[in-house]
Write a protein that binds this ligand. Structure first.
Ligand code: HEM
Length: 641
């Protein structure tokens, strides 16, 4: 573990401390973008020890909202040149650090609005200290161990409060959830998702959430599970063909399974959300290319320092912005066409009648159909498009990433894999899981999938911005008086830290699906954290934030919790079951070679290269006698208390 020096009120040439920015909507030009705070594109030197101090809590605004654009543009570019000079004359020669130091001095000199958080410990250092070879969410872990569950991370004139404590997370996501919006994340996503659920302002969110949630109902899931099986069969057939080509003398064929899961995820989300078959498992099309282009751009924006997309004439002057616009147009045209067709065939009914339609006979069971047919929902086409785009993006990479890391973990854990195989061979009885069987699969109830989501949360960081003043609870060993923060304070909820916290989990870095059958508590919380009780095998579909009192938040929690959680868990379960039954997977090369990179989700740095070979499943065991406990058939390894 890297050592960090603590000192109070550090000042001097290396210091970059400033404070939280109060919503500089127009140009928070120099804030690193935390949607994916890897900063890898900025890093020019390896991670070095940073310094921690108690903050003076200076808050800054770089460019006040309301400035005319030409001035904003001038302010936007000028510091870049100045930073070059500054970095040069301060003898460091690192543009990023020079820029950051310069901004600190400017912000401390001229812009010091107060958004609170004065008593929160501050992590300080060069920007390059915070980056390096590893993604930033991993660097955040080191500061967490040093400075506790609430600390401030400062970049130039911006600061983010990093939260890794379940007591504080519960406060942010549940107890005082409506005091927060998505802040910087919404600013990045708004050009793509408009006012879809993720970036939506609270008023829009309330209306759309009420409309969208009923669309995820029992019959819909049954239809989806059948569709998941069909798409997984397509993936299987493709793998089968690849394996047959490479089988002779090689013991299998090396395939990038991450890429296969991305294709599978895209086809599934297209069919489930707007009944559009991308067919990406087997082909390429302009729409698929455009979707990947937009996803890539979203990711790039999340790692880039300057919001070039807000600049006047960016569409003309910045080639990637021009490409982004073209890609967005292709997708929007496709979505508009689907929406138009759905509008033309609209049959209005109330939500209950819609849920009781016979989904086994529906040609279009999609969410779009439901949303268009809902009585009284005079929603604009633009809003519908925003909703669909949001779900397309939110539901694609996330599930693919879960499958990628679940397979990665299972390939290295023969005992866990063996248990999953016994189950999929037994429960499926030769066919794909259907609506009634899928929830019986322990894999679905979360053991391996839940455990891989614990180790590789998607996304690894949630983002919030305070809409009003608040006092964050102190949490474990924090300030007992709590931490007052003001309007505009930006927060990272580090799901990675929470899920790997040594205060919340036994062996946090070990893949151990059985952990969800155990209970865990920590008296150091002095009753403020209820602990995690055994959740698997119970009524919950998967281990979740309720059973862990916000120590485990794979789908967030509270009002803004993921609407697609069950969709995703069913999808991942079916895909895993279908593929594991037909194929054997072995990691090609050492696990470290896989590496980690982060965008909106954690993906591999080098692909998940896997040797795939055919597997002959054993004959299914006899059906269990009515009422016999499942546990007898599926003995589990004993788990240490
Ligand atoms: C394993 C897959 C998935 C994971 C890990 C995941 C994770 C999450 C998380 C953590 C949030 C909360 C974000 C926050 O609080 O800032 C969220 C929100 C959301 N997710 Fe998912 N998600 C997944 C799949 C899906 C799918 C399949 C869909 C759609 C079909 C979806 C749609 C959404 C939407 C619309 C929101 C915003 C909810 C709101 O603000 O009301 N997600 N997701």
């Amino acid at each position: 573990m890297q050592q960090l020096n603590c000192r109070s009120g550090a000042r001097g040439p290396l210091r970059i401390a400033a404070g939280c920015s109060p919503r500089p909507r127009r140009a928070h030009a120099f804030s690193p973008n935390p949607f994916n705070p890897s900063l890898s594109s900025l890093a020019t030197s390896p991670l070095r020890p940073g310094r921690l101090s108690r903050s003076t809590g200076l808050q800054s605004r770089l460019i006040p909202a309301g400035l005319p654009d030409p001035l904003a543009v001038g302010l936007f570019f000028a510091p870049g040149f100045a930073a070059l000079v500054y970095a040069y004359f301060r003898g460091k020669g690192n543009l990023t650090d020079g820029l950051s130091r310069l901004l600190t001095e400017i912000s401390q000199g001229y812009f010091q609005p107060d958004v609170g958080g004065k008593n929160i410990p501050v992590a300080q250092g060069e920007l390059s200290d915070l980056a390096g070879d590893q993604p930033l969410f991993k660097a955040l872990y080191q500061w967490f161990i040093e400075s506790g569950g609430v600390y401030k991370l400062v970049f130039g004139p911006k600061a983010f409060i990093v939260v890794s404590d379940p007591v504080v997370v519960r406060h942010l996501l549940k107890d005082n959830a409506f005091n927060y919006d998505k802040g910087v994340l919404a600013e990045i996503l708004e050009p793509i998702m408009g006012r879809g659920l993720i970036p939506a302002d609270l008023d829009t969110w309330r209306v759309r959430r009420r409309a969208v949630v009923p669309a995820f109902h029992r019959q819909y899931y049954d239809a989806m599970v059948t569709m998941f099986g069909r798409c997984a069969d397509r993936s299987s057939d493709k793998l089968q063909a690849l394996v047959e080509k490479g089988q002779v003398g090689l013991g299998g064929r090396v395939v990038d399974m991450e890429s296969e899961f991305l294709s599978l995820g895209l086809d599934i989300i297209g069919l489930g959300v707007f009944n559009y078959d991308f067919g990406s498992i087997t082909s390429e099309s302009p729409v698929i290319k455009a979707v990947y282009g937009v996803l890539k751009e979203a990711e790039h924006r999340s790692t880039f320092y300057l919001p070039y997309w807000n600049l006047p004439l960016a569409d003309v002057l910045v080639p990637r912005q021009a490409k982004f616009r073209r890609d967005l147009r292709v997708i929007n045209d496709c979505l508009d066409d689907l929406i138009r067709k759905a509008q033309e065939t609209r049959v209005e009914e109330d939500a209950e009648a819609l849920q009781n339609r016979d989904y086994s006979k529906l040609r279009d069971p999609s969410l779009l159909r439901f949303l268009v047919d809902m009585r009284g929902e005079d929603v604009t086409n633009k809003q519908l498009r925003d909703d669909l785009m949001t779900m397309l993006i939110a539901g694609h990479e996330t599930t693919a990433a879960v499958l990628t890391w679940a397979l990665y973990c299972l390939m290295q854990s023969p005992a866990a894999l063996e248990r999953v195989l016994r189950e999929v061979d037994g429960v499926e009885r030769g066919g794909n899981p259907q609506g009634e069987t899928v929830a019986d699969l322990e894999a679905c109830k979360g053991d391996p999938l839940g455990e891989s989501l614990r180790m590789y949360p998607q996304p690894p960081i949630l983002i919030r911005r305070a809409l009003g003043e608040d006092v964050l609870p102190g949490g474990l060993r924090g300030d007992p008086a709590g931490y007052p923060i003001g309007t505009g304070a930006d927060l990272f909820i580090s799901v990675w830290n929470l899920h790997r916290s040594p205060y919340l989990w036994k062996d946090p870095d070990t893949f151990r699906p059985d952990r969800f059958f155990e209970s865990y508590s920590n008296p150091d919380f002095e009753g403020k954290w209820a602990g995690a009780y055994a959740v698997s095998g119970g009524a919950a579909l998967y281990p979740n934030e309720v059973g862990s009192d916000f120590a485990f938040i794979p789908f967030g929690g509270g009002a803004r919790k993921c609407v697609g959680d069950q969709f995703a868990m069913f999808e991942a379960t079916v895909a895993l079951a279908v593929l594991l039954r037909r194929f054997s997977f072995a990691l090609e090369g050492p696990p470290e070679k896989v590496g980690m990179a982060t965008g909106a989700t954690i993906h591999t740095a080098n692909g998940l290269m896997v040797r795939v070979s055919r597997r002959t499943p054993p004959p299914p065991p006899p059906a269990p006698a009515a009422g016999s406990p499942r546990e007898e058939q599926l003995p589990r390894q004993p788990v240490a208390a």
